[in-house]
Design a protein. Sequence first.
Length: 342
Amino acid sequence: MLYRLIKFFLFLMPPEQAHEFALKSLRTALKLPLIGSWLKSSFRPENSEPVQVGGINFPNPVGLAAGFDKDAKWLHMLKDLGFGFVEVGTVTPKPQDGNPKPRLFRLPSDRALINRMGFNNQGLDAMVQRLKNRPEGLIVGGNIGKNKITPNEEAIQDYILGFEALYDHVDYIAVNISSPNTPGLRDLQEEGFIVGLFEELQKRRATKTAHKPIWIKIAPDFSNAALHGLVETLKKAKVDGIIVSNTTVSREGLSYSDSHISSIGAGGLSGAPVFETSNRALAEVALHVGGEIPLIGVGGIFNAYDANEKFLRGAQLVQVYTGFIYEGPWIVKNIIKDLKSL
């Protein structure tokens, strides 16, 4: 009830402004002597069961997807919200502004968002400085991408720069070649690039003192046959985990008029409308992976039922994003609590 009231006022603001305002307000509240202690207690999941994936011990299986904390600015606060892990980024080697505003749109009737942010971030150097002060006990992944101005034939260098800069400061690396908001990025989801990139990253990882997983995030907009082919490529590349999935470019199933959706324009759709699409992709990937590669389920998770549907289709971990915005900061606690009754 409390968050419904808060959300009402937040949704009166433009989405990006509301995002910044809400996070700053919550961070301030958590620092207050009495209110902060009560809030932390109210957010903390009870009796959560750790899960080990890829050699990492996650305190619980509910994480925050990349895109929410693009610059690793909010990690201390996000730890207080009970997340089992947080994926920061997508970060690019050089800072970039992203696409022109407005670029984030709510579809409340469908519990959805459309975004065309375009990897807006402050760059690797700024992120690394923040990660040096990351909170203890929080699992953090680093989601890396390429700069918009980098041509695809040179993209591998951007991913290498991201890998080298973040490796010592995160618990895993996630390669993002599936965002629909950087022109040509999804064209990199082909065998030659993926295998070549992972061979290079794995060669560099072999020189490190610690072995950390390298995951890849894929799009949901593939046919089942194409997903089969992609999985064979990912096996060949020896990826350590597959995040299924990024946002969709589809607009099917929305309750808004075609003219309203057209007025919003391009961008990736997330939230409830992508639930079934991402579930189909997850189940298909799981079928062909055969348990050989850990899977992380993303897309349309608002509650324990949604999370459990991902687990039933083969996910070992899940990530929320849009559900966090619509359900509020108690989402992790509620999912963990309600999973026990399913």
